[in-house]
Structure formats: structure tokens, C-alpha cells
Ligand binder design. Structure first.
Ligand SMILES: [Zn+2]
Ligand SMILES: [Zn+2]
Length: 429
């Protein structure tokens, strides 16, 4: 009888030796596929830089950190962003200068010296250090330097602006009231849009407020970026959103973004409760991925405690707060999973607020139902609640049949091996 049991065990081991290809496949399925639209929040220390791969093959760079990080941004793009032939890109379709502060614009002069640029959107700040084009007779494109207050704007801004007008095919001054130029839409079949909703005021003493609140939308999923926009910018936006006219009509009681990058590195001067209520209304809020771009141990104390507390009190999930100071680069993709488009964190999502809890902390499908037609789905359950079944469900049908067959065979062999033995034992007694 011992031999039979050993033989059964041998067969059992043989079968499982043949299984690794399938298990590997299950593991491979666990790696989230990069979707059509991917946002890279590049770790540039205390600053901002964000690279977006769009579904039609075009791309967009929003800010480039301080001048010390220009090379970091270039290297990141070269290493991580490839064209359809797998080569590093040489052309950036859209570049956004959110505002003139050095932690956003500083790296731009260097980056723009390395890539060709299509359309460049810049904040509406007068560049005081730039040569007066009327007097210097420079290129026709240089005639418009921004018409608004900019008395404190930086040397870095001057350099970046000069470079922008020299290299970009087209420079557009950000103006959310302009519905034609200040809107980006797909050229391919996979529709997406990028809209600017602020700044709506005329003059700001704080240059941070020239930053645009912008929303990238694809398949009903929304990613909100807002540079260093502060409460004044936010409150003007909130007023307009509440009025709900024109493109602001999307902000209703059901509107809930999927990814929100907090303004001004999580500073207490931004992310007012009213603003967050507009951007993430309702119960979908708990699924929102919140991104904070700031430097480790930065001298400003970003993100500020009261902002983190506000998020907690408002019902945002602490495990979905993703910080570049804690995890480095953060990558979020919009991909289809089980027929639903979701915002999924593919990098920087598992180590977050220091919590040792194992949670997925990495997906958001807070559908508002107002566009896209994607079903709203609660994703509050963590990966651990269904890890093996998720893997199994993700397998091709043939693999499922083989695995079920193997399990059944193993059970039959074990039963066959064990029960006769018991019967004989009974028989002997
Ligand atoms: Zn900043
Ligand atoms: Zn700033």
C-alpha cells in the first residue's frame, strides 16, 4: 500500500512540475497591462513634472521641475517613453508651462533643447526679463509675451519662454475662456480630451494662481492637474463649476475624478474643501487616487498635515494617497479590466503613506455616470480579498480547464490511494 501512496505522490509531483508555465502566466496576468493613456508623475524632488502618453500616440509634458532636474526629466523620457518602433521619442506634441516658478519651469530650458515641440501652452504672465519684441524686432511669434502681472517671475521663466518661442511650432497663451485653442482632442478613433478650466481671474499677486486647473478625460475616467493653483484660483473655478454653464456643466452632484494631483505640492494654500467637493463628489471619493508631488524632507513641510487631515475627514482613502517623496516616480494608466476602464497605478502604488497594510491602493473607477457610459464600480475591496480567484478568472479558458482537470485527477488519485487502504484495514480487523 505504501508503494501506491508513493506512486500517487509521484504522479502528483509530476503534474505540478508541468504546471509552472500556467502559474507563470497567472503571475504575468497580475501585472497590469499599460493602457491607452498613461500619466507619469516624474520624481523631481520638490517640484512638478508630469508626462502623459495619449491614446493616439501623441504625448504631453506638463512642467519639468527645477533646473537641477532638467536632465532627470530628459532621461526619464528617453528611458521610459518609446515610439511604436520601440525607440526613444524626439518630439513632444504638447508642452504646458503651468506658471513661472522655478520648481516647475526650471528644467524646461534644458528639456526643450533636447526635444522638438509641437504646441506649447504657457501661463498668461508677462515675462519681464524677456526682450521687448517691439523694440528688438525679434521673430513675429514673439510678439505676445503674456499680458498679466509677472513682476516676480524668474530667470528660469525667461529662459524657458525664450526657448519656447524659438523651438515650438506654436505657442498658445493659456486662457480657459477660449474654447477653440485651449482644448486638446484626439486625432484618432480613441477619443480623449484635455480641457482647461482656470485661471479665471485677471490679475494675481501670487503667481501660483496663473496655473491652470486642467482635466484629461478618456473613457469616462478623469485626471485632474492644477500646478500650484491656490485657493483664489480654486474658488473662482468652484463658482464657475457651480454655475455649470458650457464646459463647466460636467461638474454636477455626480462628478468624481479618478485621479487628482493636489495643487501646490499638498500645501495648505490649495486643495480647499469646496474645490475637493466639486472634483470628487459622492461616495466615489474613496476610490480616487490622490497624487502629491513633493521632495523628501522639503523645507516647506509639504504636504501639510491639515491637507492630509482634510482628505481623511472628507472620506478619501489614506491608502490611495500617492506621494513622490515616499515612492519616487508614480505611473497611472487608464486600462480596461474585465470590460471596465479603470485608472490603475502601475508604479508607486504599493508603498504609500507608510501603512504596512497590504492593499491594492491602486485603482479607481469612481464613475460619475455623466459621460463615458462606464459602469460605476466599487473597488473598495483590496487585492487580498480575491487574489487567487482574480488570477484564476484572468486565465484563458484552456488553462482553467487544465487546472480544474488536474485538481480533479489529484483528488481522485488521493482518494483511490487512501480509501482502499482504510477498507483493507477494516477488513483485517
Ligand atoms: Zn510648485
Ligand atoms: Zn509655484
Amino acid at each position: 500500500m505504501k508503494n501506491k501512496v508513493l506512486a500517487s505522490l509521484f504522479i502528483f509531483l509530476l503534474i505540478f512540475a508541468a504546471l509552472p508555465p500556467f502559474l507563470t502566466s497567472a503571475e504575468a496576468d497580475d501585472v497590469i497591462a499599460i493602457g491607452d493613456l498613461t500619466v507619469h508623475f516624474i520624481d523631481v524632488g520638490q517640484g512638478d513634472s508630469c508626462f502623459v502618453e495619449l491614446p493616439d500616440g501623441r504625448n504631453m509634458l506638463v512642467d519639468a521641475g527645477t533646473s537641477a532636474y532638467g536632465k532627470t526629466v530628459e532621461s526619464y523620457i528617453n528611458d521610459n517613453i518609446k515610439d511604436e518602433d520601440g525607440n526613444s521619442i524626439t518630439f513632444i506634441d504638447f508642452v504646458i508651462f503651468t506658471h513661472s516658478d522655478a520648481d516647475h519651469i526650471g528644467g524646461m530650458n534644458y528639456v526643450l533643447s533636447k526635444f522638438d515641440v509641437g504646441t506649447l501652452y504657457r501661463s498668461n504672465e508677462e515675462c519681464l526679463r524677456c526682450a521687448d519684441p517691439a523694440k528688438s524686432g525679434v521673430n513675429e511669434r514673439n510678439r505676445f509675451w503674456g499680458e498679466r502681472h509677472g513682476e516676480k517671475n524668474t530667470k528660469a521663466f525667461h529662459e524657458a519662454i525664450e526657448r519656447a518661442y524659438a523651438v515650438a511650432d506654436e505657442v498658445i497663451v493659456l486662457n480657459p475662456e477660449d474654447e477653440t485653442q485651449n482644448k486638446i482632442e484626439s486625432v484618432g478613433e480613441k477619443y480623449y480630451s484635455i480641457n482647461f478650466y482656470s485661471p479665471l481671474g485677471s490679475f494675481y499677486t501670487d503667481l501660483n494662481n496663473y496655473s491652470p486647473i486642467m482635466i484629461i478625460e478618456y473613457r469616462g475616467r478623469r485626471i485632474v492637474l492644477s500646478g500650484d493653483a491656490e485657493k483664489q484660483n480654486e474658488s473662482e473655478f468652484v463658482e464657475r463649476a457651480k454655475a455649470g454653464e458650457g464646459k463647466y456643466s460636467i461638474f454636477g452632484s455626480g462628478f468624481c475624478a479618478d485621479v487628482i494631483k493636489l495643487g501646490h505640492h499638498g500645501s495648505r494654500t490649495s486643495s480647499s474643501e469646496d474645490y475637493l467637493n466639486i472634483m470628487a463628489a459622492g461616495s466615489g471619493r474613496k476610490n480616487v487616487l490622490v497624487v502629491i508631488s513633493c521632495g523628501q524632507g522639503n523645507s516647506y513641510g509639504h504636504p501639510h498635515e491639515e491637507v492630509l487631515l482634510r482628505l481623511k475627514n472628507m472620506g478619501f482613502d489614506q491608502n490611495r494617497i500617492l506621494r513622490t517623496d515616499l515612492v519616487g516616480d508614480i505611473v497611472i494608466t487608464i486600462a480596461e479590466q474585465n470590460g471596465v476602464f479603470k485608472a490603475l497605478c502601475v508604479k508607486g502604488g504599493n508603498v504609500n503613506t507608510g501603512s504596512s497594510e497590504s492593499t491594492s491602493g491602486s485603482e479607481s473607477t469612481s464613475g460619475s455616470g455623466s459621460t463615458g457610459g462606464n459602469p460605476s464600480e466599487s473597488t473598495s475591496g483590496s487585492e487580498s480579498s480575491g487574489g487567487i480567484w482574480d488570477k484564476f478568472n484572468g486565465l484563458p479558458l484552456a488553462y482553467k480547464i487544465i487546472i480544474v482537470a488536474v485538481v480533479v485527477i489529484v483528488i481522485v488519485i488521493l482518494v483511490a490511494a487512501l480509501f482502499p487502504k482504510k477498507r483493507r484495514k477494516r477488513g483485517k480487523r
